[in-house]
Design a protein around this ligand. Structure first.
Ligand code: ADP
Ligand code: MG
Length: 698
């Protein structure tokens, strides 16, 4: 067998794995030796220093080993609440151990068993010590003591019917089967320079650490063995990203954009203000890309209010001056409409025709529009994802602008791309993406970041207040309204309780209009309203005819009313951090001092408290994004798995950012030196997307 074949060995060739267990393993995502060896322990326990029960102290976390003297289930005064209790003796003393509400333990433990327990030692009510809800493992006599106790042991996550102990035994056996040389995806040169341990040594040490390993480093996944395996996965991923980039770069645009003084002048003519430095730099990078022979793939990141739209519009102008059409996509109709009005206004003096195409464009108008797009009479089309539907044909689509990217599936980006002739693509996002995620999610994009806000903006003052302080907030709001400002009141709207939420928002609008601010005009906006009704309300608010806008989160992204200075978020505890930040970004868009009030219902969960604290601590979107990622974990960061977040076996996007950086550098360097890649990498790239469970993009 070649070493590769060894790693591909199905687990049923391991001792004690019959068809049934093999099925359980398969179910837990473990089919081959490689799968098994790449499933890291979730933590490590130092069982080389088992504490004698007699020496335990309250408050300490301890591993003990002993024999069960007695055990059983007992009822409590609370109906249905049961305690499983055991007495464990290790020769030095006897310890009481309890598990709350886990009656099934009755079928797990029997008198006389040898067990290893791991947990925190607590004081009992009337003296004496006990372990509560400890991790447990039953150690049979025939299990060689060496792998389950008397050393640092790996603890694996229980998946389905596959127990941590079973995995430990299987991993141990799998490691014995490894050939002397395990195939390594990290090239020799890179490995030598970074002084990485060999793959085999790393696998051994990551699962069964040597006695002198630091338990603390192990549990941080920071030992050389662990880091090396993480690096390998990151390196592979990044090599694939570079390969994808390379193949995109091989595409050629039929029309390469040129920029001359006439075009510069036409851009200056539409510009209503001076660009910030960040905007200038971003624009330069974009226009440079557009002048290259292969399609642009650029992500423009900038916090809410940073002024991304004008940058995109200027890029659009350059494309149109070169005889190309532009598609400008927004995630919602309201946003598309807003972009349309802004863009149409700015392009008024130019000779270019701008149109709006959304799902609610009436079919007759739609047909006319489609014909104009196809003939090239229409130069810039603003729209929602209706734009990507099959019926839209462009004559000469040269640039695609996608606002607020993460709202779209990665796939849609691909569909629209095929409509043009290798058009340039500019993706804009107002959700600052933590760097590590940007590296992985958008690794095949070039990135521009606008860090500063236009001059003269004041930081928004944010306060979190309990419901009970609502009156204070109203008083404050009245002063702002008197001063001529406008106010948003946002209600959460979750699908499961949509009816109730809508009712709450509607009632609040009435209450504010009739009782709280009778002298001002209050409007209501929610997702269930017809598009034209929404539009009327939004326009009335934008035009200053409405003073207070009560809304469900449809105003979340991009809506721009510069005179609004107060954002009140009701039930702020129900919103995600990025969402709160987006909402806050609706104010502070002008020279007025703006305010954000987060009204919450007590008691707060720990996580909700953290979110509100992050909001009051900082207005920096990148900082918020980092905290959000830490709170939610990468899987949930974009709300859905399909957002194109790769699935890693060993990498944790939060924990391992330094390794990811290093791997990116190394992969880039290696790829540049070795392109085209050697055959070994070629095969690997063939299933790269499946390996990382990525949605394939055109
Ligand atoms: P976002 O990046 O959130 O999409 P917008 O493009 O909507 O931000 O811009 C926010 C507001 O700032 C808009 O009203 C826009 O006209 C204004 N703006 C953008 N750039 C500048 C600038 N350089 N100077 C002054 N105002 C600007
Ligand atoms: Mg925007």
């Amino acid at each position: 067998m070649t070493p590769d074949e060894v790693l591909a060995t199905p687990l049923r060739f391991l001792k004690g794995v019959g068809p049934r267990r093999a099925a359980d393993l398969q179910h837990a995502g473990l089919a081959t030796l490689e799968d098994l060896l790449y499933r890291f322990p979730i933590r490590y326990e130092d069982r080389s220093h088992l504490q004698p029960i007699a020496a335990l102290k309250p408050g300490q976390t301890a591993s003990i080993a002993g024999r069960i003297l007695s055990c059983g289930l007992r009822s409590t005064r609370r109906p249905g609440f049961k305690i499983f209790e055991a007495a464990v003796d290790d020769g030095s003393a006897t310890l009481r151990v309890i598990w709350l509400n886990q009656p099934f333990l009755r079928d797990v433990f029997v008198r006389g068993q040898h067990v290893v327990l791991f947990g925190s030692v607590e004081m009992r009510g009337h003296g004496g010590l006990q372990l509560t809800n400890p991790q447990y493992e039953i150690v049979d006599e025939e299990d060689g003591e060496t792998i389950h106790t008397g050393r640092i042991v790996p603890v694996y996550e229980k998946t389905g019917a596959v127990t941590p102990k079973m995995q430990r035994r299987l991993v141990h056996e799998a490691l014995q089967k490894l050939p002397a040389e395990v195939p390594d995806h990290v090239p020799d040169e890179v490995r030598a320079r970074l002084r990485l341990p060999s793959k085999k040594a790393a696998l051994l040490a990551a699962h069964f650490p040597p006695d002198d390993a630091s338990i603390e480093a192990l549990n941080r996944f920071a030992t050389p063995a662990q880091q090396r395996l993480i690096f390998e996965e990151a390196f592979l991923f990044q090599v694939g990203v570079f390969a994808r980039r390379e193949s995109a770069a091989a595409e050629r645009k039929p029309v390469v954009v040129r920029v001359d003084d006439r075009i510069r002048e036409s851009a200056r003519a539409v510009l209503p203000f001076k660009l910030t430095n960040g905007q200038k730099q971003a624009l330069k990078a974009i226009v440079d890309d557009m002048q290259r022979p292969h399609p642009m793939n650029r992500l423009l990141q900038g916090d809410v209010g940073a002024g991304k739209t004008i940058v995109a519009l200027l890029a659009a102008l350059v494309a149109m001056e070169n005889g190309l059409q532009v598609a400008f996509m927004a995630p919602t109709e309201i946003l598309a409409e807003q972009h349309f009005f802004n863009i149409a206004r700015l392009l008024q003096p130019s000779r270019f025709r701008v149109t709006l195409l959304t799902g609610s464009t009436p079919s007759a108008a739609r047909r006319t529009l489609l014909a104009e797009i196809e003939s090239g009479a229409c130069h810039l089309v603003v729209g929602t994802h209706a734009l990507v539907q099959g019926s839209v044909q462009f004559k000469r689509l040269g640039l695609i602008v996608i606002d607020e990217q993460h709202r779209f599936g990665v796939l849609q980006r691909a569909t629209l791309r095929t409509k043009g002739l290798a058009p340039d693509a500019l993706v804009m996002t107002a959700t600052p993406i933590p760097r590590t995620l940007a590296l992985t999610l958008y690794g095949d994009l070039d990135v521009s970041v606008i860090r500063e806000l236009p001059a003269g903006r004041l930081a928004i003052k944010t306060t979190a207040k309990p419901e009970s302080r609502r009156e204070d907030v109203y008083q404050f709001v009245r002063a702002q309204l008197d001063a001529g400002r406008q106010v948003y009141v946002i209600y959460p709207l979750v699908e499961e309780s949509e009816k109730v939420d809508l009712k709450a928002a509607t009632e609040m609008a009435d209450h504010l209009a009739q009782e709280v601010f009778p002298e001002f005009r209050v409007g209501l906006l929610h997702g269930r309203m017809k598009a034209d009704a929404k539009d009327r309300v939004m326009k009335a608010f934008a035009g200053g005819e409405l003073h207070v806008l009560v809304s469900t989160t449809v105003v979340e992204v991009g809506v721009d009313v510069a005179n609004a200075s107060v954002m009140i978020v009701e039930h702020a505890e129900r919103f995600g951090l990025s969402q709160l930040h987006q909402l806050r970004g609706r104010v502070g868009r002008d020279r007025h001092q703006s305010y954000c009030f987060l009204l919450y219902q007590s008691p707060l969960s720990d996580e909700a408290r953290e979110r509100l604290k992050a909001m009051t601590d900082t207005t920096d979107g990148f900082e918020i994004a980092e905290r959000d990622l830490r709170l939610r974990g990468p899987g949930d960061f974009f709300g859905t798995r399909q957002a194109g977040v790769p699935t890693f076996r060993t990498i944790d996007l939060v924990r391992d950012r330094e390794i990811l950086d290093l791997a990116q550098q190394e992969a880039g360097r290696w790829f540049a030196a070795e392109a085209p890649p050697p055959a070994a990498i070629e095969t690997l790239l063939a299933n790269w997307a499946q390996r990382f469970k990525l949605v394939e993009v055109g």
